[in-house]
Design a protein around this ligand. Structure first.
Ligand code: ZN
Length: 323
């Protein structure tokens, strides 16, 4: 007997029965991609995660099935060169999930780069000044605006991470880096329907990024090291430190895009993190909702509007089931 219940395909309305496994086990096989889904609508190219939840996550046969061809271009190459070597495989696999933060990040920025809309968007959101040029763009540390400047920036960030003592195969990977030259440097940490990742961290683990001996320097990244550690927001701590290193005297902003303002533990952690930073008008931490971000994109094409709805980017409730 199949373990998983039947489903109705959200695209065509057909009823989908779960395939039987050779040896039914007490658990269900992990979903590692479309091929491993026990329930699929082959006609639509939709798979469904092997979860008992009533609305399991949709896994696409082709992650780019609903976007124009130019969006998919180069994606495999960029993912395979992502800075964090150990997470490259997982990133590729997760790309097919409807819940993929990485896929949304890729699609948005590939579109914004191709249409040269980033500087206007960033100015509208108050991230940079009106006179900022179109930026050099790196996703996961890899350039998607092929030019000499971008290759230089790739090298510069790697050198910064090396100088901080990161291991070469497990490097920090800011999701989005926008380099506007003298108009500023921007890092974006992207969240889709979820709070920031947090974990209990120790002083030892963060010592690469939080150096207490810096405390007397006026340009130090953190004003309260204890609060930074207590926040447990390891990704944001790393990004803030790396941003400060790389920006030098230029204006700098760390943007937390799409993070849900949810009362409780997540909110407390974020508050602690914000209080730990030595922020100045030149060096800011900004929280921007997807609603504001998408609202600031001028003249959205139909496919993009559809994509925003299909992926639930404006959904404030959080994912229905665990990834
Ligand atoms: Zn279907």
């Amino acid at each position: 007997m199949p373990i998983l219940g039947e489903l109705v395909c959200p695209s065509c309305g057909d009823t989908i029965q779960a395939m039987e496994w050779n040896r039914p086990l007490d658990g269900t096989p992990a979903t590692t991609g479309y091929d491993s889904c026990a329930r699929k609508c082959v006609g639509c190219g939709f798979g469904f995660s092997n979860s008992q939840a009533t609305t399991p996550t949709v896994i696409y046969r082709d992650p780019f099935w609903d976007v124009p061809e130019f969006i998919a271009r180069e994606s495999e190459d960029v993912v395979r060169r992502a800075l964090n070597v150990v997470s490259r495989g997982k990133k590729e696999q997760r790309f097919a999930s409807r819940n993929s933060e990485d896929h949304v990040t890729w699609t948005m920025f590939q579109y914004l780069v191709a249409t040269r809309k980033i500087s206007a968007l960033a100015a509208r959101l108050g991230i940079v000044t009106d006179d900022a040029p179109e930026p050099t763009v790196l996703l996961w540390g890899v350039s998607i605006t092929p030019c000499e400047l971008a290759r230089e920036l790739e090298k510069r960030i790697q050198a910064t991470l090396d100088a901080l003592g990161e291991r070469a195969y497990r490097r920090s990977e800011p999701a989005v880096i926008l380099d506007f030259g003298m108009a500023g440097l921007v890092f974006i940490e992207v969240k889709l329907r979820s709070p920031n990742n947090s974990e209990d961290i120790t002083e030892e683990r963060t010592s690469r990024y939080i150096d207490r001996s810096d405390d007397k320097q006026s340009s130090r990244p953190f004003v309260n090291s204890d609060k930074a550690i207590q926040s447990g927001l390891y990704e944001l701590i790393r990004n803030w430190r790396i941003l400060c290193e790389l920006a030098n005297d230029r204006p700098a902003a760390l943007v937390n895009l799409g993070v849900l303002a949810r009362a409780g533990e997540a909110e407390e952690r974020l508050k602690k993190f914000e209080e730990s930073l030595l922020a100045t008008p030149q060096r800011r931490f900004l929280k921007i909702s997807w609603r504001d971000f998408i609202g600031a994109i001028a003249h959205k094409p139909l496919w993009l509007s559809r994509y925003i709805v299909d992926r639930g980017i404006l959904d404030q409730k959080g994912p229905a089931v665990a990834k």
